[in-house]
Design a protein around this ligand. Structure first.
Ligand code: TYD
Ligand code: MG
Length: 465
């Protein structure tokens, strides 16, 4: 046998599912793990037959001397958290960043991931941070830093794509926080496939996790998002990390939302709002004020929903346009709202309340490029559609918070007190809710807002128009 034979033997190839990261020794049309079709790609996994980081049976969390302990004897002492000085981000993380945790921030290109991740070390000058960029040169980072108006010695910058170098530099500089922008641009020498491939992304993330757990340095990694909205690279990436934050928003608008979609150290119901300005991202501390109308007059087709995203109440303007269909098939389109849900609400209006909408074009839009999923917006959607249909404006000082059921009943929603109080705080004079919602008497008496309870669509129409 020649040396060459051994070289050959060292090359390990495998098929990976680009959707879920499942590894398979041979090609398959359908991934057995996630059931997706045509997602398997072949990749060279490792040059070394043994000791390669990809070896599946070696857990990266394993240390030599781990022994099982009785649960009762384990010290539950609270995890150490570092405040980043960016109050919105700290809140979304559940009260600062936990030492030794791995955080993934995902988002579409141009949404502001690099801006946010560079703003962290710039605002947080008490923290020694290593900012690694695989996308920009040190000069470009400096220029961005100047635009963001920050500069100090505790912020170390490294333009590097080789994982092994990043790990070595981290060891040498011993930062208190490591930021890697982005996971898709870095690669490990041990793996043959190109940067951004399933196995590279997975192994680089696993190495960074090991670094975080062993050195206790929190690590933030930036991840790109594919067209269908999932974080590029395997789903496994989301399983590996402790926290997944998603940065979203419409790049044509200036608002950005940072949403927690997984958090091992806090709630996933949190969300932060930022505004992209000429000098970086600014925290929006009172989001309601941004999303409610500022028109001088009352316009038809507009209603305000008191929605809840995360634990925070929000008031948002919903706009509808109903017009007679010019062509045979009416058009239905919704921006920021699920179009199937809108169609369901239209069917309810047609069947349960007798409104003839089947020959009408209906367009729906959420103000500020926001995406909403709170069912409490239903009532405002219905009200805006009816307002546009009748061409009668609603009072700008009226808000809505209720779900609409299939039989046309108006259903209660959670945390109604918060919604009422928020609407009152913003100067609304009336709020429509479901008559099945129990509102504590003190809220009713002290909030200074008229609470109108309705049970079905006809009651709503009677009370509003
Ligand atoms: P960037 O952080 O590079 O996005 P990502 O890393 O997610 O791809 O930011 C993208 C956009 O933000 C870019 O189009 C320019 C804009 N921007 C501002 O409006 N103000 C600023 O201060 C900065 C730095 C960027
Ligand atoms: Mg970037």
């Amino acid at each position: 046998m020649t040396d060459n034979f051994f070289d050959m033997a060292k090359v390990k190839k495998a098929w990976f599912c680009t959707s879920c990261g499942n590894e398979s020794p041979k090609w398959m049309g359908k991934c057995p793990a996630c059931g997706e079709w045509n997602t398997m790609v072949e990749e060279i996994v490792s040059k070394e037959a043994d000791g390669g980081v990809t070896s599946r049976n070696r857990s990266f969390l394993q240390t030599q001397n781990t022994k099982p302990l009785p649960l009762s004897s384990i010290d539950s002492g609270r995890e150490n958290r570092i405040m980043l000085g960016n109050s919105e981000l700290d809140r979304v993380l559940g009260g600062g960043i936990v030492e030794g945790s791995l955080i993934l921030i995902g988002g579409e290109p141009g949404i502001g991931k690099s801006t946010l991740s560079l703003q962290i070390p710039l605002t947080c000058n008490h923290l020694k941070t290593l900012y690694v960029s695989g996308e920009e040169s040190a000069r470009q980072i400096k220029l961005r830093g100047e635009r963001l108006g920050g500069n100090h010695d505790n912020c170390l910058v490294l333009s590097e794509t080789l994982l092994e170098n990043i790990l070595a530099q981290t060891k040498e500089t011993a930062p208190q926080l490591l930021i890697v922008d982005s996971i898709q641009t870095i690669y490990s020498q041990n793996i043959e496939s190109s940067a951004g491939s399933v196995s590279q992304v997975r192994e680089c993330a696993a190495s960074l996790l090991r670094l975080a757990k062993e050195s206790n340095i929190p690590v933030i990694i930036i991840g790109h998002i594919t067209k269908d909205g999932s974080i590029a690279g395997p789903k496994v990436l989301e399983h590996i990390v402790d926290v997944v934050l998603q940065f979203e928003g419409d790049t044509r608008h200036s608002f950005r939302i940072l949403r927690s979609i997984k958090n091992r150290f806090g709630s996933t119901a949190e969300l932060a709002v930022y505004e992209m300005t000429g000098s970086g991202l600014k925290e929006v501390l009172n989001p309601s004020e941004m999303f409610i109308p500022m028109h001088g007059e009352d316009l038809s087709g507009i209603a305000v929903a008191a929605m809840l995203d995360g634990t925070r109440p929000f008031l948002i303007e919903i706009q509808a346009l109903v017009s007679t269909a010019a062509y045979g098939t009416p058009q239905r389109s919704a921006t920021g709202f699920d179009v199937r849900r809108m169609n369901m609400l239209l069917a309810v209006l047609e069947k349960r309340a007798g409104f003839k909408l089947s020959q009408k074009d209906v367009f729906l839009n959420m103000a500020g490029g926001l995406k909403v999923s709170d069912p409490a917006c239903d009532l405002a959607v219905v009200a805006s559609i009816l307002s546009s249909n009748f061409d009668v404006s609603l009072s700008q000082r009226t808000a809505f918070a209720a779900e609409v059921g299939l039989s046309g009943e108006i259903r209660p929603v959670g945390q109604i007190e918060k919604r009422i109080t928020e609407a009152a705080k913003l100067g609304f004079s009336r709020i429509f809710i479901s008559s099945f919602n129990k509102v504590p008497a003190p809220v009713l008496q002290n909030s200074g807002i008229e609470v109108v309870a309705v049970a079905n669509i006809p009651q709503l129409v009677k009370a509003v128009f």
